[in-house]
Write a protein that binds this ligand. Structure first.
Ligand SMILES: NC(=O)c1ccc[n+]([C@@H]2O[C@H](COP(=O)([O-])OP(=O)(O)OC[C@H]3O[C@@H](n4cnc5c(N)ncnc54)[C@H](OP(=O)(O)O)[C@@H]3O)[C@@H](O)[C@H]2O)c1
Length: 277
């Protein structure tokens, strides 16, 4: 399943997360090799942030892009709210570009809402687009109220994505945020698709997995990948985990599986606050 951004750019719905990468030299080579395996297997979206490993994760991504992989990848990184002001945003972007060893970020997100006025951040993002340093921008951890405020701004409708917590066990976004984003044709990037690993020991997912001869991880991912307009960005630190996650793209859950998951974790019947890490 592919997902389209408002400007027509299309990416496969399964991407790669990088939280906790670039923190230790012992796992560095394995992290690089895992990301490279993902890119060589057809994954395009690599999600990182200046915050992860204090820039270390961006450096790992930069290493993984070597060997002609830049053109295959769709690089997403995030600016800290403390760097999202008029003066600081361009400098933060240059630092991320240098760590990633690329000359343009495909999607640059505001990591979460901070004290900087939204209008100022949006104006600075737009300047970076005009300067060719980023191809498009978006937000993260924005709930419906924040998105509505963004849409009040002239350039606010150029927001290309909202990255939020979304998994089979944390479905609050289905009540109002996902429908709003879909109405604007803006992809929802689902972070923590395994609920930070908690979902992997769930008995309902394990039972559905047994039926299909796969593990809980694939069921959790296949469930998300079946949602139109959703990009899932699980983090896999090993080739084994990555291969399992890639296999989820060919797993088709049936109506009975969806009903079983709905009984276990019902879709939201009222507004829930956004889940955050
Ligand atoms: N915008 C934001 O505020 C925000 C917040 C959180 C996360 N994110 C992004 O979303 C990505 C995903 O979230 P996350 O890393 O927090 O959580 P996650 O992807 O839900 O879970 C990651 C955990 O699942 C394990 N795992 C991966 N594949 C597995 C498999 N097939 N079988 C068993 N275990 C498996 C990983 O272990 P191994 O490492 O050992 O493979 C890791 O411990 C992050 O990496 C980051 O890029 C964004």
């Amino acid at each position: 399943m592919d997902v389209s951004f408002p400007d027509g750019e299309t990416v496969p719905a399964l991407g790669l997360g990088t939280y906790r990468m670039g923190e230790s030299s012992r796992s560095r080579e394995q992290e690089i090799a895992t990301l490279q395996l993902g890119l060589d297997s057809g994954v395009r979206v690599v999600d990182t942030a200046e915050m992860y490993g204090d820039g270390g994760a961006e450096r790992v991504v930069g290493e993984a892009l070597r060997g002609g992989r830049r053109d295959k990848a769709f690089i997403v990184t995030k600016v800290l709210p403390s760097n999202a002001g008029r003066r600081r945003l361009a400098a933060a972007c240059e630092r991320s570009l240098a760590r990633l060893s690329i000359d343009r970020i495909d999607l640059y997100l505001l990591h979460w809402r901070g004290a900087t006025p939204l209008a100022e951040t949006v104006e600075a993002f737009e300047q970076l687009v005009q300067q060719g340093r980023i191809a498009r921008w978006g937000v993260s951890n924005f709930d419906v109220d924040d998105m509505r405020e963004l849409y009040q701004l002239a350039a606010g409708t150029r927001c290309a994505a909202d990255q939020v917590y979304y998994s089979a066990s944390r479905r609050g976004v289905e009540f109002d945020l996902l429908p709003l984003l879909r109405s604007q044709r803006v992809p929802l990037m689902a972070y923590c698709p395994f609920d930070e690993g908690r979902i992997l020991s769930d008995r309902t997912l394990a039972a559905i997995g047994r039926k299909h001869g796969v593990g809980s991880a694939q069921v959790a991912l296949a469930w998300l990948l079946a949602k139109p307009g959703v990009v899932a960005i699980p983090k896999a630190g090993t080739a084994e985990h990555l291969r399992e996650n890639l296999a989820a793209t060919s797993l088709k859950l049936d109506a009975e599986d969806f009903e079983q998951i709905d009984r276990h974790w019902p879709p939201p019947a009222r507004k829930h606050g956004l889940a955050v890490v």
